[in-house]
Design a protein around this ligand. Structure first.
Ligand SMILES: [Zn+2]
Length: 68
């Protein structure tokens, strides 16, 4: 499928806040986690667990992603 310009990412994916990978909203491999009214989606259980332990770290705008 060709990439559509002017869209930062496909509407059916969200960015995993831990590793910054695109994750399918319909079937996130690492499940979801709800934090302060926002649902986050994860590429794997490790990312979800890390996020759940310290959401503030990953939501910091200066945080640029973490190697798995
Ligand atoms: Zn991840």
């Amino acid at each position: 499928m060709p990439k559509i310009p002017f869209f930062s990412h496909h509407p059916d994916v969200e960015i995993d806040p831990v590793c910054k990978m695109e994750v399918s909203v319909a079937d996130p491999p690492g499940g979801k986690h709800r934090h302060e009214g926002t649902t986050y989606f994860f590429c794997g259980n490790g990312c979800r667990i890390n996020f759940a332990e310290n959401p503030a770290k990953y939501l910091d705008p200066n945080f640029e992603g973490e190697a798995m």
